[in-house]
Design a protein around this ligand. Structure first.
Ligand SMILES: C[S@@+](CC[C@H](N)C(=O)[O-])C[C@H]1O[C@@H](n2cnc3c(N)ncnc32)[C@H](O)[C@@H]1O
Length: 356
């Protein structure tokens, strides 16, 4: 399997507020594109275990990690694809000796993704690039996209959305491009739609995008900026901010990379000291017995007063009720954070604490 997500699509501000990581924490984070694992690392916990069942996601994180260690800030941005560059292969050849054997082989086989810039190389990000180049220009003019992203008040945004943006072509676009078949075959990871047969994907994405455009500020939403322009705009993921770069260099040694499904990893581990969990949306397609097994393992591998965060895309999932005595839902904070979540695809945010 190749890289499905070369960036994280969950809002790291929401993540860091919900988990409130401190210097005593031992963190476990689903790797995905790596951005959110780095955001948690910047809170200076004791360690961050980045785990993904897809080895290619771990190779991506390893390459980002080596790039942080080896490059200066400007070259780092160029190498990743934040800024234009024709020298990415040269940079890769300079730093590749620092990669593990398997990661090096993977990237040597995928040099076109290096040339593209590794933040753009996921299946999902490539789908977005196709959408942005081939579809969006028929729906919204460049001028209107720039105007929408330049709105500075919610009133501006709402007026612009109602009077200019939300026309029939915009609505039709969701039916054509964000229906289940298209998203399943070209955008999200294979298997992402298992169990969600009866839900309208195009309606979900239309309404969630509407929420982002009318209820949350667009000018600091780097997800929206990236989707519409291919650039982040004025705001960046934490690991790409200049003020964090030197600190990140000093902290990357605290990351441990694990290429395994979470439940298998937790079963094999005698470790019982995780205190914070970033679980992305991994429970979405998990069946009931596997959900019970995974939560059983999480509880075993956890210190008291641990916190978990994860997102639900289409299906509401939370800890199985048999663990009610040790896991509490933090509904208030979850719904407050979900309202302002810039990663607007998700229908629900779950924050839980564990007290054994
Ligand atoms: C869940 S996806 C993010 C999905 C994306 N936000 C979307 O909705 O299309 C994040 C990562 O979780 C990984 N993943 C899913 N289930 C996992 C599991 N049980 N253990 C470890 N990694 C898992 C996937 O390989 C993927 O890289």
């Amino acid at each position: 399997m190749g890289i499905n997500y070369s960036q994280c699509w969950e809002d790291q501000t929401v993540l860091t507020k919900a988990l409130n990581v401190n210097k005593e924490d031992v963190v476990l984070s689903i790797a995905s594109g790596g951005d959110n694992t780095f955001a948690l690392l910047l809170q200076e916990p004791i360690s961050v275990t980045a785990i993904d069942k897809n080895p290619a996601q771990i190779y991506l994180l390893e390459l980002k990690l080596v790039a942080i260690q080896q490059l200066n800030y400007q070259t780092f941005r160029e190498f990743l694809g934040v800024d234009e560059s024709s020298k990415r292969i040269d940079t890769f050849l300079e730093i590749k000796s620092q990669l593990s054997g398997q990661a090096r082989i993977y990237w040597e086989d995928n040099l076109e993704d290096i040339s593209l810039g590794i933040i753009h190389c996921g299946r999902f990000e490539k789908f977005l690039a196709f959408f942005r180049r081939r579809v969006l220009p028929w729906v919204q003019s460049k001028r209107n996209i720039n105007k929408m992203l330049a709105c500075i008040t919610m009133n501006n945004q709402n007026d612009f959305y109602d009077n200019v943006w939300n026309h029939w072509r915009w609505k039709l676009m969701f039916k054509l491009c964000f229906n289940k078949l298209t998203i399943k075959n070209f955008a999200r990871a294979p298997g992402s739609f298992d169990g969600v047969e009866r839900i309208s994907s195009s309606k979900h994405y239309y309404l969630r995008t509407q929420h982002a455009l009318i209820n949350t500020p667009v000018n600091n939403n780097y997800f929206l900026n990236y989707i519409l322009t291919g650039r982040y705009g004025g705001e960046f993921p934490e690991y790409l901010k200049q003020e964090n770069f030197q600190k990140l260099k000093q902290l990357v040694d605290r990351i441990e990379l694990i290429s395994q499904p979470l439940d298998k990893y937790l079963i094999s581990k005698t470790r019982k000291d995780f205190t914070k969990y970033n679980l992305s949306d991994i429970f979405e397609t998990v069946n009931d017995s596997n959900l019970i097994l995974t939560f059983q393992q999480i509880i075993k591998a956890t210190k008291n007063n641990a916190r978990l965060i994860y997102w639900n895309h289409f299906i509401a999932k939370q800890h199985p009720s048999k663990f009610d005595h040790s896991i509490t839902l933090d509904k208030v904070i979850a719904s407050e954070l979900h309202q302002v979540d810039r990663g607007f695809f998700y229908s629900r945010l779950v924050v839980e604490s564990i007290n054994k």
